[in-house]
Design a binder for this molecule. Structure first.
Ligand SMILES: Cc1cc2nc3c(=O)[nH]c(=O)nc-3n(C[C@H](O)[C@H](O)[C@H](O)COP(=O)(O)OP(=O)(O)OC[C@H]3O[C@@H](n4cnc5c(N)ncnc54)[C@H](O)[C@@H]3O)c2cc1C
Length: 390
């Protein structure tokens, strides 16, 4: 794989998205963060400019580019240093929409995917519940088959875009054990309500909601894919969110490192710039090595995903686990380099640290990634042993 996978088209996209970030995002971040708000308007603007649809087919209003174009958007968003907004935007685009594209009927795609890519409808993915997150098989929200509709009852927790969403790709129980299904839940349906979750450590410019479903009548036409196959769809169709998390983590680490580098030139102690102290120079060197390692595994995961689709889940899980842990370490070191000022809001590193902390939890925890990887690795080892025995 080339170390620079970006073409001229990607570079042009990066340039125009950078301008968008400079005019529409950067000037508002302080206000959004201080007031903990995520504005619908930013979705409309992103959609109007075509930034949601870069890697989606033209038939649904996308640009039909490859997934590297999504990488460009994710990198530039991460460098804007507003993790909350970045998360809301990619929780709209890369959590529910790939599964809608993969499994949706033509009518479902026209009704939900096309307006979502235009930013006219906001999307969310509803898996987690108060009592079950990693253990997807433990979810309790039910969808009872009532002949001409499903009757949905239960609740969801920590759902990004949860109070703003026009529709939610909702995971519901339709039978015993692993019999789960996916519904495209229209939030206008009677019996649905959502309350914002404000007491978060970070990601303040993102809407996090707790959702309630009380005798919601959902038409049968809202079923996404086949009934009772939801668990398997979740296991195989959610690689994009982990890829984007790996890219975002890498770019967040890089941003924090750049901020620290600048500070090392400006800040003086003991009569010289702190960048003259070898201890800090070596700290920066380690941050640079780690960031480069993050980029390598994240880009390799993207390349394998392009080649093998969801079958690339081993490297995607590895990238997600590695990058999200290491990005936190790099940002933490950047804060350390800022001394007391790092702990204040002035340089933005405190915000980076709060936001990046979520990355080892969201989109599948590090422990869950390790569980997935260990199963594959152990299988590979036993396969090698079998070959040797023969
Ligand atoms: C700000 C925010 C936004 C979010 N957005 C969304 C969203 O848009 N949609 C959505 O559906 N969810 C969302 N989530 C939920 C998130 O995906 C879950 O919090 C995460 O999957 C972990 O689930 P949990 O919180 O129930 O923790 P638990 O699953 O209870 O885990 C608790 C601890 O046990 C560990 N653990 C669990 N199982 C195992 C195992 N088998 N082996 C080893 N260790 C294990 C975990 O790694 C963790 O350390 C969001 C969460 C937050 C905080």
């Amino acid at each position: 794989m080339s170390s620079n996978p970006f073409t001229e088209d990607h570079n042009l996209l990066r340039e125009s998205f950078r301008q968008f970030v400079e005019t529409e995002i950067t000037p508002n971040i302080e206000h959004w963060e201080a007031n903990k708000i995520c504005e619908k308007e930013i979705f409309t603007k992103m959609g109007a400019q075509g930034f949601f649809g870069v890697s989606f087919p033209e038939a649904y209003g996308g640009s039909g580019l490859d997934i590297w174009s999504a990488v460009v958007i994710a990198e530039e968003l991460a460098k804007s240093n507003c993790g909350g907004l970045a998360m809301s935007l990619y929780a709209h685009t890369y959590l529910p929409l790939p599964v809608l594209l993969a499994l949706g009927t033509e009518e479902q795609k026209q009704e939900y995917l096309t307006p979502a890519l235009k930013g006219e409808k906001i999307a969310a993915l509803g898996i987690t519940e108060p009592g079950a997150g990693s253990d997807v098989g433990g979810i309790k929200t039910t969808a009872e088959d009532k002949g001409d509709h499903y009757l949905v009852n239960g609740s969801k927790m920590f759902i990004t875009n949860g109070t703003m969403a026009d529709f939610i790709v909702l995971v519901v129980r339709t039978g015993e054990g692993h019999k789960l299904s996916l519904l495209i839940f229209d939030t206008k349906i009677e019996g649905f309500s959502a309350v914002p979750v404000h007491n978060k450590l970070g990601m303040h410019t993102s809407d996090t909601g707790q959702l309630f479903f009380e005798n919601c009548k959902v038409p049968k036409s809202a079923l996404l894919g086949e009934k009772d196959f939801g668990f398997y769809y979740i296991m195989s169709n959610f690689q994009e969110e982990r890829l984007i998390a790996s890219i975002t983590g890498t770019a967040s680490a890089e941003h924090a490192m750049e901020v620290a580098k600048q500070y090392m030139k400006e800040r003086e102690a003991f009569g010289r710039p702190i960048g003259k102290f070898q201890v800090l120079r070596h700290k920066l060197a380690k941050m640079a090595i780690t960031t480069e390692a993050c980029r390598s595994i994240a880009y390799r995961a993207v390349a394998e995903f392009i080649e093998h689709g969801p079958g690339a889940y081993k490297i995607v899980s590895m990238a997600k686990a590695f990058v999200c842990e290491e990005a936190f370490n790099v940002v933490n070191e950047a804060l350390q380099i800022h001394g007391g000022w790092g702990y204040m809001e002035d340089y933005g590193v405190a915000r980076s640290l709060r936001d990046v902390r979520l990355m080892t939890v969201g989109a599948g925890t590090t422990e869950v990634m390790h569980e997935i990887i260990s199963k594959i690795v152990i299988d590979e080892v036993s396969h090698t042993k079998q070959i040797k025995k023969r």
